[in-house]
Write a protein that binds this ligand. Sequence first.
Ligand code: FAD
Length: 286
Amino acid sequence: MKARAFDYVRPQTVGDALRVFDDAGGDAAYIAGGQSLVPALALRLQAPAVLIDIARLEELHGISLEDGWLRIGAATRHVEILTSDLVARHAPLLAKAAPFVAHPAIRNKGTFGGSLALADPASEFPAMALALDADIEIASTEGDRRVAAEDFFLGLYETALQPGEMIRAVRVPIATASSRCAFDELSRRRGDYALVGCGVNVQLAESRVDSVRIAFLSVGSMPMRATTAESALVGHPLTRDQIRVAQDALACDLDPPGDEHVPAEMRLHLARVLLGRLLGGLETVA
Ligand SMILES: Cc1cc2nc3c(=O)[nH]c(=O)nc-3n(C[C@H](O)[C@H](O)[C@H](O)COP(=O)(O)OP(=O)(O)OC[C@H]3O[C@@H](n4cnc5c(N)ncnc54)[C@H](O)[C@@H]3O)c2cc1C
């Protein structure tokens, strides 16, 4: 199959890109890394009349510290997340998740903003945005707005983005001396989409859990937080017993789908195992 014929535009500014989208009457799509959009065009799952290339827009690039946040431009490529010193120091959970995103060729083109906009429930970065309590900066012809990751992911490939809106950047609260984090996923082969993946972001206060965010990928129609498991940990040291309580609580948080390869019970079991491993690695008391 071939893509529908389309016009290709490469604007010089975010403002121009937004106006081109408006002028196309909504029959347009932004293209960043193209790693998901190009296959979708080829299969005619999407068939916009105009493709607006935003990959080289200067305003969408750069990783910087701003007012207690790590600000990551939407067109930052996955490989840059993987290799950035700023990300490793201030948002280590992203650095830990990045090697699990696809393969080097895809990481060289795919973008952070593209991954969040696509909102694939099996993707690592949307779930980690949730675990990190990130804010999404959204640009439109009406002006900019900010949406918490919590309110951004709405369903299967569905986000709070309105037609024509563009992710400009993502803001991640910076890690502190009392932050601990861990990421892992289980997949059939390295580089495959995960059967289950999980990121844990803990704030400790004198060896006890002060706050924690646990986010899973591949367990439902969108990235999922495990809030009952989180509540089971707050106020306690990370002991083996307490970790077991949190693992048990996952049954209240997750209701994963089954398919012919992975029944729902197995997916829940894998989530439980994964959480145990991740929290076990952060144990504060033996
Ligand atoms: C073989 C293969 C394996 C993969 N494996 C993984 C994996 O294991 N884990 C994983 O997380 N991902 C995986 N991916 C997806 C890839 O990593 C990219 O993250 C993903 O394709 C989206 O990023 P992109 O920049 O390529 O977006 P594009 O393909 O350019 O766009 C995707 C969608 O987002 C929209 N969009 C893009 N940027 C913006 C923006 N700034 N604002 C608003 N809308 C925007 C586009 O209009 C489009 O609808 C895989 C892809 C392939 C082809």
